[in-house]
Design a protein around this ligand. Structure first.
Ligand SMILES: *Cc1c(COP(=O)(O)O)cnc(C)c1O
Length: 363
């Protein structure tokens, strides 16, 4: 018998969400973003499901790209931050990874290391995010240099990233889109990519040639005040545990560290062995719900590293061993993120390896 806390993942939901991507962007190629261990759902889960169903994968760094090869996928894979030194160009070429190139040092390293095989590059352009990317007036020269480099594949692509795609109707999206078009219009022979999940869902004009869905694949909304379910998506991650102990305490009992919650009536308190050591956020608002046997009951007191306490007084039939959902199909992860003052992206990525022990499975 092992600890009942585990992350369950749904291949069915992942494929459903991919269908939603394809329905939104039917003409485009799909590059599935699987950085940060497939947004916490596990590369070993996501890659076998998506392999062959998408045109490419995207990850943050080479280490993540190598994991995809270890899982047996030969699919194209784009390294979104590109290389961090000259040697990494060799590794990328050896394994056949595509790389983003976004600043002059990466270009210099590329020219300095003759590569045994051609590498595919994506030139990232800063259209207003001001994080990564060549300035628009550098692009022409960068492209000329790349075109004349013998180990660069002539099939160069252009990309940019939107800073405010999650804000529906924000004029900054038009500003970036127009800037990208004004510049990339001179380079029509190259494939273009702009859209993340929010843009796939709300900015069809930005779909270009290749879309880059991340969060929506995992069934989560990129927009504030909407859940994935509102958008026709299905949650891929289900964080489950179970009640291990039930206590009856009189009114006036303070529960857990700091005594931040005191019972105001005789109360039934359940112990659930999941905490911030698993990635459940500590900074939730009072009354944040968990799901027990189809009923929502609140977390009370502080979340500990390895457990939390829930108030079962309204469901006196609850038993030790009853399953508890922390987030998943019954409790939107977006709701817990809002309660914790963060976004669901962060909660997904913070799910720790302790959840991926022997009990990990499908739902
Ligand atoms: C992470 C990332 C994406 C995916 O973003 P979502 O909001 O999760 O869809 C797309 N493009 C780039 C460059 C990224 O870094």
């Amino acid at each position: 018998m092992s600890r009942p806390t585990c992350l369950l993942t749904s291949a069915n939901a992942l494929l459903h969400n991919l269908k939603r991507v394809k329905a939104c962007a039917p003409q485009q190629k799909v590059m599935a973003v699987v950085k940060a261990n497939a947004y916490g759902t596990g590369l070993d889960f996501a890659i076998p499901v998506l392999n062959g169903q998408v045109d490419a994968f995207a990850v943050s760094c080479l280490e993540e790209a190598l994991k995809i090869r270890e899982l047996g996928s030969r699919a194209s894979c784009l390294v979104l931050q590109g290389v961090f030194n000259a040697e990494e160009w060799r590794v990328a070429a050896r394994y056949g990874f595509d790389c983003v190139i976004h600043h002059q040092a990466q270009l210099k390293w590329l020219l300095s290391v003759p590569l045994p095989s051609k590498i595919k590059v994506w030139v990232k352009i800063n259209t207003g995010m001001h994080r990564l990317g060549f300035a628009m007036d550098e692009v022409e020269e960068v492209l000329r240099t790349l075109e004349s480099c013998p180990w660069v594949d002539k099939d160069i692509r252009l990309m940019t990233h939107l800073a405010r795609a999650d804000e529906r109707g924000h004029p900054y999206n038009d500003f970036q889109f127009n800037a990208f078009n004004a510049m990339s219009g001179s380079f029509k022979k190259y494939a273009h990519s702009i859209a993340n999940s929010a843009a796939i869902l709300s900015l069809p004009k930005t779909h270009a040639d290749v879309v880059r869905p991340g969060i929506m694949l995992y069934g989560v909304s990129p927009f504030e005040n909407q859940t994935g379910v509102d958008l026709g998506l299905m949650p891929v991650a289900r964080l489950m545990s179970a009640i291990t102990v039930i206590h009856h305490y009189p009114a006036g009992s303070s529960i857990g560290y700091g005594g931040t919650y005191t019972t105001d009536r005789p109360s039934i308190i359940g112990i659930v062995p999941v905490g911030y050591g698993d990635g459940y956020p500590r900074h939730i608002q009072p009354q944040t719900p968990v799901w027990v046997n189809g009923v929502m009951v609140p977390v009370v007191g502080r979340v500990s590293m390895d457990m939390l306490t829930i108030d079962l007084t309204t469901i006196p039939d609850a038993q030790e061993g009853d399953p508890v959902e922390l987030w998943g199909p019954n409790i939107p992860i977006e709701q817990i993120a809002t309660s914790a003052g963060t976004i669901a992206y962060e909660l997904l990525c913070q799910m720790t390896d302790r959840l991926r022990g022997s009990a990990t499975g499908l739902f």
